[in-house]
Design a protein around this ligand. Structure first.
Ligand SMILES: Cc1cc2nc3c(=O)[nH]c(=O)nc-3n(C[C@H](O)[C@H](O)[C@H](O)COP(=O)(O)OP(=O)(O)OC[C@H]3O[C@@H](n4cnc5c(N)ncnc54)[C@H](O)[C@@H]3O)c2cc1C
Length: 418
């Protein structure tokens, strides 16, 4: 609960002393603020965006199994546009396979399609309703620990004080850098555009001969170390491409990477009979870094005063670049640690939840992207593979199960089932 600064600490601060200041109001920060406020902590949530909702380049795909991990996500119609139950895979726009995702019991496995502007604003509303104070247009420029007080300074000279700070400021966040966390971080890169799209006048709601709003589309082979996607939303398609396993950061910042991703987006659109709308040029295609999971670094400072969540903590599944559910889940764990006075356990709790899965994803990803054509033919198009994806999305299987299956197949290539 709220405790005043230790007497004698001299800092220029706002009048309120917070239990927690959360920097960044994306899924990670908004969830941290929501769950901390629910637990009775005095919370300030800051974002540099002038106002919310704000756009964030993102496909907006979230496995519905998130609701089994974090409370409050039961009514998906409040935050999701659509819910897909099929994946349509292709190799360079061709050789397609449409697969239904199902759970072990045969029920459809759902992946929510959220518009990030709407979804993030919905989360911030949850935080506000639980009692968090929210300020936008506040760009944090420094974080300094002095005795019992952490001072957060902004680009415009404002200061705020708290006992704890949570860095939820995304892939290139500054909070971690200011307190010596995630110093050697590396990124993949992705580009994304939102293409207006009306369902056809016939009213059957179909996008393309073999596709429908219940399917998300993934294309392999056009992007080295990555893939392209189309995630349907109401009234538009989120189309993008990403390179996920960087060799070194500089390579991914070269212009030709942007062009490779742009060509992959064009191929993806063409494969469903679409083109970039007239007049919609490169600036409307947003580039954004995707942090690279290493699992090696601590996610809180040694004095347990500053924690990182979501992209700022590098908690992104490294094979597909999926990060929303992990931002939310690390935010939930961070809030629990803050409210129960167990911040010292935070890094280990995050590792216990995700390290096995992410390490397996990294190994599978390296194998997959090194031999993408073979992986596509033998893995993605294999009915057992598509079945497993359904289990993964339903949270009933783990990537280390998939890794196990791959090694079994390599040991015994003639085995047809398993
Ligand atoms: C093109 C693309 C497509 C993607 N598609 C998917 C997908 O389909 N599914 C999925 O699960 N993941 C996807 N991801 C990853 C996903 O977008 C991220 O993992 C997710 O946004 C992480 O949430 P976060 O809250 O940690 O950070 P963010 O969403 O990046 O939020 C960080 C917030 O911090 C604020 N901020 C930054 N610096 C400061 C500062 N100095 N002061 C104050 N505020 C600051 C920003 O304004 C922002 O609001 C995609 C990523 C990219 C790039």
């Amino acid at each position: 609960m709220t405790t005043p600064p230790v007497a004698g600490t001299i800092v220029a601060v706002s009048e309120t002393f917070y239990d927690v200041i959360v920097v960044g109001a994306g899924p990670g920060g908004a969830t941290t603020a929501w769950k901390c406020a629910e637990r009775g902590l005095r919370v300030l949530l800051l974002d540099r965006a002038a106002q919310l909702p704000r756009y964030k380049p993102c496909g907006g795909g979230i496995p519905a199994s998130l609701a089994t991990h974090v409370s409050g996500f039961e009514e998906s119609e409040r935050f999701a546009d659509l819910s897909v139950t099929h994946l349509r895979h292709s190799w360079k726009g061709k050789d397609t396979v449409l697969a239904e995702m199902t759970t072990e019991s045969g029920a459809p496995a759902h992946v929510w399609m959220v518009q990030r502007a709407h979804f993030d604003a919905w989360l911030v509303e949850r935080a506000q309703a639980a009692g968090a104070t929210v300020r936008t247009g506040v760009k944090v420029s420094d974080v300094a620990v002095s005795g019992e007080t952490i001072t957060v300074s902004t680009a415009t000279g404002e200061t705020f004080a708290a006992r704890h700070v949570v860095g939820a400021d995304g892939a290139k966040g500054i909070v971690g850098a200011r307190v010596g966390l995630r110093l050697g971080k590396r990124w993949g890169i992705a580009r994304e555009a939102e293409i207006p799209f009306e369902t056809n006048a016939g009213g059957d709601n179909r996008f393309h001969a073999d596709l429908h709003p219940g399917a998300a589309y993934l294309d392999y082979g056009s992007v080295p170390n990555g893939y392209a996607w189309i995630f349907p939303k109401r009234g538009f398609l989120s189309v993008g491409a990403g390179m996920l396993l960087p060799k070194k950061p500089a390579e991914n910042e070269e212009n030709n990477v942007g062009q490779v991703l742009r060509r992959a987006i064009d191929t993806m659109l063409a494969s469903v009979g679409q083109t970039f709308p007239e007049g919609m040029d490169a600036p409307r295609i947003w580039g954004h870094p995707i942090p690279f999971w290493t699992g090696a670094e601590p996610l809180a400072t040694a004095d347990n005063r500053v924690l990182l969540v979501g992209d700022a903590a590098g908690v992104v599944q490294p094979m597909f670049g999926e990060g929303i559910q992990y931002a939310i889940r690390t935010g939930d764990v961070a809030a629990d640690c803050l409210a129960s006075g167990t911040v010292g356990e935070y890094t280990n709790r995050v590792r216990a939840l995700f390290a096995d899965e992410f390490d397996a994803a990294l190994r599978i990803g390296k194998m997959f992207y090194r031999t993408p054509f073979l992986s596509y033919k033998l893995g993605v198009k294999n009915p057992a593979g598509t079945k497993l994806v359904g289990r993964l999305m339903a949270g009933e299987a783990h990537l280390h199960d998939l890794e196990q299956r791959i090694y079994e197949r390599l040991r015994n290539p003639l085995k047809r089932k398993g």
